[in-house]
Design a protein around this ligand. Sequence first.
Ligand code: ZN
Ligand code: ZN
Length: 272
Amino acid sequence: MIEFCLVGSGAVRANPKRGGPCQVLTMGGRHLMIDCGRCAVNSLHTFGYRVEEIDTVLVTHLHFDHVCDLAHFVLLSWNNGRKNRLRFFGPPGLRDFLEIGIRRAYVLDIESRLGHGKDPLGIEWEVQEFDTDGRPVVGDFGVLSVLTTEHANMPNRNYRFDLHGRRIVITSDTTPDPALAEFSCNADLLVAECSGTQEFLSTVPWGSWHMVPEKLGELARRSHSKHVVLKHLVIEDWCDDPEISKKMAATVRQNYDGQVTVGRDGLKLRLD
Ligand SMILES: [Zn+2]
Ligand SMILES: [Zn+2]
């Protein structure tokens, strides 16, 4: 059994209804976390995950909304007695981010805990940076497919899992890119960012960095994906319309006749 959980469906701004980007894939009792944004650690607890049982982490890119809870995750899972060494996978820059942003930034905390007998293995990690697209192996989850797309001039990676005959695609933040259609071909589950409507994104300087519902509908149709889940719902932080995400889903459906779901924190989907 494979289970997907959208732990955090929001993005940058504080929003009690939507945590920052975080997703978990579970297979054979093992968990893999993708991104670790605002409130991810609290939400993992709320939705039934123990941080100390997660030892494999994928990062899409290093915008802070996707990684700002990583220090809490690393240190708390160590504190709670994680048995395995952490394994991180992600774009270039991840190794330095972890080294500077966690090991060096928290050096006094780490030395103090080591002095009280904490297992040093818990604060060690391996990092694999994806310099190019390809099909690396990510621990128990087997072969992963990696696709680079443009997003704010950042090293930016989208991920595809082929697990027990099921295909799951998890996009990063991304400009619409024709390569995503082939990458997502016949996906059982396409979890895609949909930051705002075309009208909204045309009014903000960073709007061109992101996916709009019209393009997401095209992507879903062209890729023959079976089910699309909308995430990274930035527009809700800016817009007073409580129905805005449902309207974006309706726009996706104009181009696509498969299943469309507006993501929410804690949404779990089983792929048997
Ligand atoms: Zn983001
Ligand atoms: Zn981003």
